[in-house]
Design a protein. Structure first.
Length: 149
């Protein structure tokens, strides 16, 4: 899939799930799922990952824009046969833009996936993590990326 199509799907799914959660669950309330293994918890996070950079919205917005611009600049340079790296960049772009939309609209990011032992997160966060993992895996496998000592 192309960069824009994959990113658009991530953004669409992320925003739909966040809309459903905010319409169905009051802030900080939750619904237990899968026998308690998972909860859907409506959390508005004014910070970044793991709650760092609390109330630093301008910094978070600038970081998301810089990440998006870098992905747009570097994506065309990734050879077409490096599908996992290209897919990872598309996931990361969609995730960054999904959370950016929240920051601009609400002043915080809507998180809702609560597995208990981990901070509450959302689909955009998942796309970013999987995307970055695919990019790093692709870089590790690519001999042209190896460092010279």
């Amino acid at each position: 899939m192309s960069l824009f199509l994959t990113s658009a799907w991530v953004i669409l799914l992320d925003q739909i799930t966040k809309t459903i959660v905010t319409r169905q669950i009051a802030p900080w309330d939750n619904i237990e799922c899968l026998g308690g293994l998972l909860q859907i918890t409506n959390v508005h996070n004014p910070g970044a990952a793991f709650g760092i950079l609390q109330n630093k919205q301008i910094l978070s917005i600038v970081a998301a824009i810089v990440a998006a611009v870098l992905i747009l600049l570097f994506y065309p340079r990734i050879p077409r046969h490096r599908r996992s790296m290209r897919f990872g960049m598309a996931l990361a772009l969609g995730g960054a833009l999904g959370n950016l939309i929240d920051r601009v609209k609400y002043g915080s990011v809507i998180d809702f996936i609560d597995v208990g032992f981990w901070p509450v997160f959302n689909l955009a966060d998942s796309a970013i993590v999987v995307g970055v993992a695919l990019i790093l895996l692709g870089m590790a496998r690519d001999p042209s990326v190896r460092r010279s000592n």
